[in-house]
Design a protein around this ligand. Structure first.
Ligand SMILES: NC(=O)c1ccc[n+]([C@@H]2O[C@H](COP(=O)([O-])OP(=O)(O)OC[C@H]3O[C@@H](n4cnc5c(N)ncnc54)[C@H](OP(=O)(O)O)[C@@H]3O)[C@@H](O)[C@H]2O)c1
Length: 283
């Protein structure tokens, strides 16, 4: 099967390349080769590559940047998805659209499943939700996959930021009243390959199991690496930022277990990621 991955140089795009099963021909294009804000480019690339499946990972993932520059967020995250979904439908290909836990407002106390009602608090969440809506409207064979708190061993993400801060500062302060599911992109990529092998369409939440606050996550990173840097828990109200993440951004899944897709616990995933940290990236 030939698969086109947009945002192919990002964390998830590279993980999809690393974990691709035998028989998958993966073409992973970065923004310089496939700018999703340009409909003619997207159409021409899809016509040239003739993929049977597109995994649309490209997004502007800087949540605070999206809040400060909403027009760019809408253009990349919503309009970009519209262009990809249109080209996909024209080519008769299936589409996997990667979305986010930020579509929820986090006001309820339980984890969110696939059929809970979204109500984004941020421009990032709203623009990604609009992407879901255009994909649903335009591309008949689609899977919308919501995930959360992505990281790998090398990119700029929360895990590598904690490690940098631990080198620079004597003690850290981390928000302890916002929760999500830290998710190792390699585990997500493997789950996506399982999903497309079925094939399965509709709405899916794919995250490593278990919930963690930013504080829990930072403490786990430092403990796993035996770094004795103290971490102080703080409320989100003491950490000023442009966007407001959901207080409860924890996802659970009804749809993935029904297909036999069970993702590992987040602490197990984090340990595996940190163990692989010294190896050069193989993508
Ligand atoms: N990161 C998270 O914690 C998280 C959580 C939930 C959901 N998600 C979703 O998961 C997906 C993958 O996230 P990720 O962590 O892999 O993000 P990432 O590392 O930031 O990668 C996203 C990629 O999108 C590309 N991109 C940006 N603007 C583009 C454009 N106009 N045209 C084409 N490509 C463009 C970027 O390429 P350049 O850098 O070359 O511009 C970047 O490599 C995204 O859809 C994101 O919304 C992420």
């Amino acid at each position: 099967m030939r698969v086109l991955v947009t945002g192919g140089h990002g964390q998830l795009g590279r993980a999809l390349l690393r974990t691709a099963p035998a028989g998958m021909e993966v073409v992973a294009l970065g923004s310089s080769d496939c700018d999703v804000t340009d409909p003619a480019t997207v159409r021409a690339i899809v016509a040239r590559i003739e993929p049977e499946l597109i995994v649309h990972c490209a997004a502007w993932t800087d949540v605070d940047g999206c809040e400060r520059h909403p027009e760019r967020a809408w253009r990349v995250n919503a309009l970009g998805a519209q262009h990809v979904a249109t080209a996909c439908a024209e080519a008769g290909a299936a589409l996997v659209y990667i979305s986010t836990n930020y579509v929820f407002d986090g006001e309820r106390d339980e984890p969110y499943h696939e059929f809970d009602r979204p109500n984004p608090l941020s421009v990032y969440g709203a623009s990604k939700l609009a992407g879901e809506e255009v994909v649903r409207a335009l591309c008949p064979r689609h899977a919308i996959v919501r995930t959360a708190m992505l990281y790998d061993a090398h990119s700029r993400n929360f895990v590598t930021t904690v490690l940098r801060l631990a080198r620079e500062q004597p003690r850290l302060r981390m928000v302890a009243d916002q929760y999500g599911n830290p998710t190792f992109v390699d585990d997500l990529a493997r789950a996506l390959w399982q999903l497309v092998a079925q094939p399965a369409y509709g709405m899916f939440h794919l995250v490593n199991q278990g919930a963690a606050s930013w504080y829990d996550w930072a403490v786990a990173v430092l403990e796993l690496l035996d770094l004795a840097v103290p971490v102080d828990p703080i409320p989100a109200s003491e950490f000023r930022r442009a966007a407001r993440p959901p207080r409860n951004g924890v996802l659970t899944s009804l749809a993935a277990p029904a297909l036999g897709i069970i993702m590992p616990d987040w602490r197990d995933a984090l340990a595996r990621c940190l163990t692989s940290r010294r190896a050069p990236e193989s993508s």
